[in-house]
Design a protein around this ligand. Structure first.
Ligand code: HDD
Length: 722
């Protein structure tokens, strides 16, 4: 029977820079034929019991399998486009089960978004241990050479699921290790300190930071009165707020962020000896950020920038990697190190005092095949621990231990979320939890209790040697109080260390960010209070922000405190690999296509992505000499490129804007004789740092490739007040 829809002609997307001969036209079939086999990503996960045993179901009986469209009950359908009606123009009949089933399922497709960290992107990967942690921790995941599958979800904190990726915010960095001893979750952030010292204040900081309850604005930002009201009244938030106002609040990519476990954890080795540690993820590509203007433009031009960047990099084989490291401290009774309270999550320990020792490397090598099933339904919990990893009494961590399990029950609809494929441990599960919403385990046996005689006394208990959740028998004594220790009163030392460690250009960004955010507040008293707090960090910073806000400098100067700078906290001045960097090449129909095609190939060979920008879409040239156009002047903005190569002068204001933006955003710029006029038209001269003329496209690329390891042309920053 012929189909009613008209045939459409589509062209499959092709990789940038690949000759267009690779394009395959796809026709929508007009004649009935046997359906194609399911695509790889349509295959449902192989069903298994909660204990991991595969269930033997014929492949055709599984969801998303087989040739024919069916109802949820597996009955084949002839039509899914027309409701059942009494005549073509008549009323719809209630008996149309397929209509009701289809709409009802759709009506319930959404689940509550995460109350924080709602917007995220994730990837699968593997963690390979180098054995360095074996002497301090008996967890099998740290044994030399052991490879453990992982699933990592990165996120922003404040925005809703549909908000932009590039907003100024903390980023979540949550890792699920499917170890052979059960699941271990390291639920961290890209900032090593936290806003509050006690979990009981978490609803307060989040209520203050989320949109105002009356109009639900602003979305995904801290630039509003309630946030600043809270963080200036609770000065323990000063260090975290300062990190947010620094470039760390605007990562260039998830692949270029550090991760921190924030709290101090206790590790136990095979002999029962303990140490205290702080976990760090160190990105192999270095730590890089967007400029504020880039982040703002991206939020409009490409709100999915970070999600896309992660998925594209993995898809293209540029697998991001992080080294996992620990700062190790003796487990003393005071739980301090060099005077820093290790139980206070608002404090950091400079790496220069306690070096980060690498214990393994994580590689993210596969994208999720279904966003909802994996990224949305994954459920992390700081209480998911394995043998050898234990908590400390950090009161923030203790609050978290309650919150995560509780939130999953309402978010994922019941207590059986651990049975979802993405949350399932990769080892056998033998719990005695039964029934409840969405139970899929089909437990056998009659005695889900212990001790029992009916199921042969099974399951048995592990000995201390093999068991997880063996709490270290720390001596605990004290009066019941609602108090914090005296050392928690120090609210500024970590903030001072961080600020003192930044280079002048990074410090200037901090001042600008405070001036912007506080400039969005309406209450003068809040702005004044914020500047008073800044005087506790740095007098010049407070003065610059006060001037920007048009306020007198309130309060008193901070006492002249000497601060040890920690160069490891600055992003400027290091050189990093350039894998995955994006090179924009402006060309037109007059460009030397042989030179262009060869350079496109060279860029790709160096694990970077070449994107050809032209006045029109499609291809440049014809016949053997074709080059695919990736962006047009309508779709190209500087935010997407790490460097710009100009090999054409189009005489178009959009090109002038692109070149000016690239220059203002401190990107390396190279041009050929054909592109010289476009660079001049943008008002840029060769005196400007990181602007290089070259004879050919190939040599122009060599010029900008030399600039990329430093991420930006920082020497040019003085030309602009960002
Ligand atoms: Fe939290 C989610 C990280 C303090 C309560 N948190 C969540 C996620 C990350 C963090 C990365 C997203 C996980 C994912 O991708 O699914 N949270 C942190 C860090 C903290 C922290 C690094 C401090 C060091 N969190 C914190 C406190 C509480 C919570 C003090 C409550 C007392 N966090 C939650 C939550 C969330 C969550 C409400 C929301 C969704 C979820 O748990 O699964 O339970």
């Amino acid at each position: 029977m012929p189909r009613t829809s008209r045939p459409k002609s589509k062209t499959q997307p092709i990789a940038p820079g690949v000759p267009s001969s690779a394009a395959v036209p796809v026709e929508e079939p007009t004649q009935r034929r046997e359906p194609l086999p399911p695509k790889r990503d349509q295959a449902a996960p192989r069903p298994s019991t909660a204990t991991g045993t595969p269930v033997d179901v014929p492949i055709d009986a599984m969801a998303q399998q087989g040739a024919f469209l069916t109802t949820a009950q597996g009955a084949r359908l002839t039509d899914t486009d027309h409701s059942l009606k009494a005549g073509p123009r008549g009323p719809v009949l209630l008996q149309d089960h397929h209509l009701r089933e289809k709409i009802t399922h759709f009506d319930h497709e959404r689940i509550p978004e995460r109350v924080v960290h709602a917007r995220g992107a994730a990837a699968h990967g593997v963690f390979a241990a180098n054995g360095a942690a074996e002497r301090i921790c008996c967890a099998s995941l740290f044994e030399k050479g052991k490879e453990t599958p992982v699933f990592v979800r990165f996120s922003t904190v404040l925005g809703s699921r549909g908000s932009a990726d590039t907003v100024r915010d903390t980023r979540g960095f949550a890792t699920k290790f499917y170890t052979d001893e059960g699941v271990f979750d390291l639920v961290g952030n890209n900032i090593p300190v936290f806003f509050i010292q006690d979990g009981i204040k978490f609803p307060d900081i989040i209520h203050a930071a989320k949109p105002h309850p009356d109009r639900e604005i602003p979305q995904a930002q801290s630039a509003h009165d309630t946030f600043w009201d809270f963080v200036t009244l609770h000065t323990e938030a000063t260090a975290h707020t300062l990190w947010n106002m620094s470039d760390r609040g605007l990562p260039r990519s998830y692949r270029m962020m550090e991760g921190f476990g924030v709290h101090t954890f206790r590790l136990v080795n095979a002999r029962g000896k303990t140490v205290l540690v702080k976990f760090h993820w160190k990105p192999r590509l270095g730590v890089h950020s967007l400029l504020w203007e880039e982040a703002q433009i991206a939020a409009g031009v490409d709100p999915d920038m970070h999600r896309r960047d992660l998925a594209d990099a993995i898809e293209s084989g540029a697998f991001p990697q992080w080294d996992l490291g620990v700062q190790v401290f003796p487990d003393t009774e005071e739980q301090t190190f060099e005077g820093i309270d290790l139980l206070d999550p608002t404090k950091l320990v400079p790496e220069e005092l306690a070096p980060v020792q690498v214990i393994g490397t994580m590689t993210l090598n596969a994208n999720p095949t279904n966003y909802f099933e994996q990224t949305e339904q994954v459920a992390f919990h700081p209480g998911h621990l394995v043998r050898g990893i234990d908590h400390t009494d950090d009161p923030l961590l203790q609050g978290r231990l309650f919150s995560y399990l509780d939130t999953q029950i309402s978010r994922l609809g019941g207590p059986n979320f651990a049975q979802l494929p993405i949350n399932r441990p990769h080892v056998g599960v033998n719990d005695m939890f039964r029934d409840g919403m969405h139970q899929t385990a089909g437990h056998a046996g009659v005695a889900p209790y212990r001790p029992n005689s009916l199921d042969g006394g099974c399951p048995f208990l592990a000995g201390n040697k093999d068991a997880a959740l063996i709490e270290y028998p720390e001596a605990v004594a004290g009066r019941k109080v609602r108090e914090a220790p005296k050392s928690f009163d120090d609210h500024f030392s970590s903030a001072r260390i961080f600020y003192a460690s930044l280079t002048p250009v990074e410090q200037a960004h901090v001042a600008k960010a405070y001036t912007f955010e506080l400039g969005k507040c309406y209450e003068k008293a809040i702005k004044q209070r914020a500047v008073t707090v800044l005087r506790q960090i740095d007098e010049q910073l407070a003065q610059t922000v006060a001037t920007g806000l048009g306020l007198p400098l309130p309060g008193k100067p901070s006492k002249n405190v000497q601060v040890l700078a920690s160069p490891a906290l600055s992003q400027v001045g290091n050189r990093w690999p350039c894998d995955g960097r994006i090179i924009g090449i402006v060309a037109d129909d007059k460009t030397d296509l042989a030179d262009l095609a060869a350079t496109v190939a060279t860029v790709a060979e160096q694990s970077m992505t070449p994107l050809v920008i032209a006045p029109h879409g499609g291809e440049l040239g014809n016949g053997a000499q074709q080059v695919v156009v990736s962006r047009t002047l309508d779709t190209a903005r500087s935010i997407e490129f790490d460097a710009l190569l100009v090999a054409a002068t189009v005489g178009d204001l959009r090109l002038t804007t692109l070149v000016q933006e690239a220059h203002r955003h401190l990107k390396g710029i190279a041009y050929t004789p054909d592109g010289a006029d476009a660079v001049r038209a943008a008002g840029i001269t060769d005196n400007s740092a990181g602007v290089e003329g070259a004879d050919t496209i190939a040599t122009a690329f060599d010029g900008i490739a030399a600039l990329l390891p430093e991420h930006r042309v920082w020497a040019r920053a003085a030309e602009y007040a960002h």
